[in-house]
Design a binder for this molecule. Structure first.
Ligand code: ADP
Length: 449
């Protein structure tokens, strides 16, 4: 009863042979068929009913396939959820920041708003973490190498850590090897992300004393090994827990201490990313005394004409700016499929006093331009259903005399994106949630009278 349908065929053959062969053998006694037929019958039985191993292997394979599918479904779910969560979160961050600048809001309310911003920032970190882990598990995370400015990265990390420390009684020491060249070739965003993770942890798990951030280097030919260490005088890690550190969702002994926010994703991501970049992470820690996390990552040194080009570009590059210009009389079109995002953009653009118009999709934007509407700048979201921003741009460029600058808006903030969008023909690029200083720069560049 348990033999499946396809296996009936060998089973029938076996039954027929069992009867037929003794008959043939008895008719033709010269032939020696018995040995051959017994082997054949055993062979057939082995692959049909008798062998539990074959059956088990089959069941295991089925179970494995089901598990792989379920894991894939989980990764897909996580990734689409994180994208979905980012949009309302973008709205929360955007509206809260604009409330902070509203003179009509009382100081007391502003304190609440600051807390809302802090909470949404950590929610954003969390969502980004989930997005990273799901990409890593689906093998979709890529290391994208570009040229980056090491010193700029270092300064940003220091600034960020100082802000994180706030008024905690912590001394923050930092230093780097002066011989490190200014421009390196590697995935600068990811290098920054992993260091930031270590710095954030050190600040989080140290009540008093110090946090020290050091970058040393070893050069071999055109490769520089960055040896990055983050040391603290914090709670430290028990010996038996060090192994568990890099396991996702694992948090050590903080279960009862609900005040320390975190998910246990940070170090799992850090380790994977560092390994993908060909480097490694090491930990030394004494429980109750403090810890040192050390990363070593190889990056290429940029030289020759490439370097000259970078230095030239740097001279021409406009910096993010604090200046909010008056752009009255200028007209901006914002294209986004999400109504909340349009409202956030409206709020953020209000400061520049420009005229605004909105479109909720690529085709609406194209119709407006084709009907002769005039704008000085278009902010175009890339991820839209039906027609993406990039597709919309191609169609816009087909319209006669189209020469309005177009800036891409995207939640895709990974390295190399800026270059990719500029390559597609966009004039500029802004990542969401929109950073005010970046928006100031774009508005100044395109709407200055
Ligand atoms: P999270 O900080 O979100 O909990 P991580 O993966 O970054 O997740 O860290 C995992 C665990 O490792 C933390 O919960 C904490 O117990 C421990 N840990 C990480 N860094 C330090 C540190 N500098 N000092 C003490 N413990 C640490």
């Amino acid at each position: 009863k348990n033999v499946n349908y396809k296996k009936y065929i060998p089973f029938f053959i076996m039954s027929i042979l069992t009867i037929l062969i003794p008959v043939i053998q008895s008719l033709f006694t010269d032939l020696y068929l018995i040995n051959f037929s017994i082997s054949l019958i055993i062979f057939i039985m082995y692959f049909t009913i008798e062998n539990p191993d074959v059956k088990m292997i089959e069941q295991l394979n089925q179970a494995k396939d089901a598990a792989v599918k379920a894991n894939q479904a989980k990764s897909d779910f996580l990734s689409s959820m994180s994208h979905e969560i980012r949009t309302p979160l973008n709205a929360i961050c955007g509206f809260s920041s604009s409330l902070l600048e509203n003179p009509g809001v009382s100081e007391e309310a502003k304190e609440d708003v600051k807390n809302i911003i802090m909470a949404s920032d950590s929610l954003l970190d969390l969502v980004n973490g989930i997005l990273d882990i799901s990409k890593i598990e689906a093998n979709k995370l890529e290391i994208i190498d570009t040229n980056y400015n090491f010193y700029k990265m270092f300064d940003e990390l220091v600034l960020f850590t100082k802000a994180r420390i706030g008024d905690k009684p912590l001394e923050f020491k930092y230093s780097y090897d002066e011989s490190i060249p200014k421009y390196l070739y590697g995935d600068g965003m990811r290098v920054k992300q992993v260091i930031l993770n270590l710095l954030t942890n050190s600040v989080k798990y140290t009540k008093e004393g110090f946090v020290e951030f050091r970058v040393r280097s070893v050069v071999k030919n055109d490769i520089i090994r960055l040896i990055i260490s983050v040391e603290d005088s914090g709670i430290g890690i028990k010996k038996e827990n060090i192994e568990k550190l890099f396991t996702k969702f694992e948090r050590l002994g903080v279960e009862k201490e609900t005040t320390t926010e975190g998910t246990g994703l940070g170090l799992a991501i850090t380790k994977k990313l560092v390994e993908m970049m060909g480097g490694n992470v090491a930990v030394q820690s004494i429980y109750g005394k403090g810890s040192i996390f050390t990363l070593s990552i190889d990056q290429k040194i940029v030289t020759g004409s490439e370097l000259e080009k970078l230095i030239e570009n740097e001279k021409n590059e406009e910096k993010p700016s604090d200046e909010v210009i008056n752009a009255s009389g200028k007209r901006v079109l914002v294209v986004d499929d999400n109504q909340l995002n349009l409202k956030v953009a409206e709020r953020l653009l209000k400061a520049y006093k420009c005229d605004m118009d909105f479109a909720s999709g690529g085709s609406e934007c194209i119709t407006k331009i084709a009907n002769g509407e005039k704008y000085d700048l278009i902010l175009l979201d890339d991820m839209m259903p039906k027609m993406s921003g990039s597709e919309t741009l191609v169609k816009l460029k087909e319209i006669d005399n189209f020469n309005i600058p177009v800036c891409a808006l995207t939640a895709n903030a990974i390295t190399g994106m800026k270059e990719e969008y500029l390559g597609k023909g966009f004039n500029d690029y802004l990542s969401k949630p929109i950073v005010k200083e970046e928006l100031n720069r774009v508005i100044k560049k395109y709407l200055k009278k």
